[in-house]
Design a binder for this molecule. Structure first.
Ligand SMILES: Cc1ncc(COP(=O)(O)O)c(C=O)c1O
Length: 372
């Protein structure tokens, strides 16, 4: 078969004329930052998440960092989080001089195993950063009960999960701080960007001040009431966020359809498919990650797919085994065996809202062949 011209990317944002129109409007308005577009985007984000408050920020990473400030994480504290995630969910603790502590994951959900979380709590533990990996909600009832029992803060890394629901309620609406991200591979994009939602007016006020160099509502531009950061989202990005949110329902439905089609097309392929929703967990599809059988040469599979023009990725390496984590904390294999096993076998396939059925058929065929 000729495969010379076919190129199927891992992800692709949905950008159309409405996005261009709203971005152009802001460019022409001359209000490129701290104008009226940011608050409009935040208000629509509240609608989309059911949150009482939303603070837009410059990235998901910035949002996670601000949450560490919000809950008072500092040097010598420990922050428990998932090893099977993107590095930012652990790095936010490092930014404040705290130590990330990795608890193993559940092999089915790929999210934190609450029992593993409880097992690593010490008198230095300050917070738990739970991650909704690949858009699948973590076990919040159990995690919240553990946090309450031990006096810990709960922060949700929902960077991959805009539109997902836990126990029927949208992520972002549950009250504790939740962080979303809008990099171009996410459900919606603002180029770079993110947001923190919370039910607390006090927390929201602090977030707004911290992202804006510690300025206070009451003070002048060059007065800084506290030590802060420049984690603001500009108005051009916020405009893109508005047009993206306008089509959020369409995007989420299209992504669900793409996932449904993959499940059909891969039914006879020897891989484990992503976990299906249940009454408590409604995934918002972020990436489509399959688990290869033990013993399969994943790099070989990825290489064969790449040769056929199909982008794939070894999602996700375990954070504790990243070189800088090993160097700094002496982490090694065996610390989180479930995560390590998943890291060795999971593979992300091309996935986005407008992935054509023919391309999905091609991906499924190429994967079937690559697995021999
Ligand atoms: C789970 C998770 N946390 C945090 C982030 C960080 O978001 P950003 O890239 O916007 O800083 C990402 C982004 O890929 C993510 O997937």
């Amino acid at each position: 078969m000729s495969t010379a011209t076919r190129r199927i990317p891992l992800s692709s944002p949905w950008i159309d004329e409405r996005d261009e129109e709203l971005v152009l409007e802001v460019l022409r308005s001359g209000r490129l930052s701290l104008g009226p577009t940011g608050p409009r985007f935040e208000s629509l984000l509240c609608d989309a998440t059911g949150a009482r408050h939303a603070a837009a920020v410059s990235s998901g990473t910035a949002g996670l960092h601000l949450c560490m400030r919000l809950v008072g994480v500092g040097p010598r504290d420990e922050v428990i989080t998932s090893p099977y995630s993107f590095v930012a969910s652990a790095n936010c603790a490092l930014y404040e001089g705290a130590t990330p502590v990795f608890a193993d994951i559940d092999t089915r959900t790929l999210n934190l195993d609450p029992a593993a979380v409880e097992a690593v709590i010490t008198d230095r533990t300050k917070a738990v950063v739970a991650v909704d990996i690949f858009g699948y909600p973590a076990e919040y009832d159990e995690l919240r009960a553990i946090c309450e029992r031990h006096g810990l803060a709960l922060v949700e890394d929902a960077c991959e999960a805009l539109g997902a629901r836990y126990k029927g309620a949208l992520l972002g609406s549950h009250g504790w701080p939740a962080v979303f991200a809008f990099y171009p591979n996410k459900q919606i994009t603002t180029g770079e960007g993110g947001a923190v939602t919370t039910a607390s007016a006090e927390e929201h006020e602090l977030l707004v001040s911290l992202r804006n160099q510690g300025r206070l509502d009451t003070a002048s531009w060059l007065q800084h009431g506290r030590f802060g950061f420049n984690y603001r989202l500009d108005d051009v990005s916020a405009a893109l966020g508005i047009s993206q949110l306008e089509k959020l329902d369409l995007i989420l439905e299209a992504r669900r359809d793409v996932a449904r089609r993959y499940a059909e097309l891969l039914a006879d392929v020897d891989v484990e498919l992503p976990l299906a929703d249940d009454a408590d967990h409604e995934r918002s599809w972020f990436v489509y990650v399959v688990k290869l059988p033990r013993g399969v040469d994943r790099d070989g599979v990825l290489g064969r797919l790449a040769g056929d023009g199909v982008a794939g990725a070894p999602y996700l390496p375990s954070i504790h085994l990243q070189p800088y984590m090993r160097d700094r904390f002496g982490f090694s294999e065996g610390l989180c065996p479930v995560s390590e096993d998943c890291s060795a076998r999971t593979l992300a396939l091309p996935f986005h809202a407008r992935l054509a059925r023919e391309d999905q058929e091609y991906v499924a065929d190429r994967l079937r062949d690559a697995l021999g």
